[in-house]
Design a protein around this ligand. Sequence first.
Ligand code: MD6
Ligand code: FE
Length: 214
Amino acid sequence: MADLFAPEEGGWLERLSPGAALLHRRVCEIDAALLAEVEAVLRQAPPRGMQTPGGRAMSVATTSCGAYGWVSDARGYRYAERDPGSGQPWPAMPALSRALAEEAAAEAGFPGFAPDACLINCYAPGAKMSLHQDKDERDFGAPIVSVSLGLPAIFLFGGLSRAERAGRIELRHGDVLVWGGADRMRFHGVLPVADGMHPLLGRRRINLTFRKAR
Ligand code: MD6
Ligand code: FE
């Protein structure tokens, strides 16, 4: 039941539920420019493995840009104004990335989204993200905007309780997934990324999630 964008926009919007939409191939036409912005952030604030509060190593390598970055260690999950790796503020959120996130949110039904944090997750083959809710943000009124680049992944999109069976959504290079409103607290995760070779990113998946942290 996909609503169609104008074809020249290079994508189509699939409404998944009242608060969630998948914007297929939304960033394919600007992928190289977006990746250049991301690579500049990765040089300034290198991604690193984080520890869960329970002491387990996460398989993704994570960094951030924007006013706040998401960090996890023995003290818990939280947003921090500085990169604990360098002690410096996080790199600024690049202009194209920010504009893209705002536009995608509006297209999905969330006008006025003003992200102040962008997490960048780097997945090597085999890396995954366990089922969780995003609840470290101060205000759940803002949506989450997730941009996928590189190798495809299976995204688990569950319900509002952990017990609810999660649906599986393939996220491919260029896809943008937006969830908010009644769907904001849905459990979600990523299955282990299968090995492969992407023409632009090589053996990697990079996921950007834009949030309003404060
Ligand atoms: C992803 N990441 O990397 C999805 N949520 O595709 C997340 O859902 C996420 O990386 C909360 C905190 C950190 C994350
Ligand atoms: Fe999440």
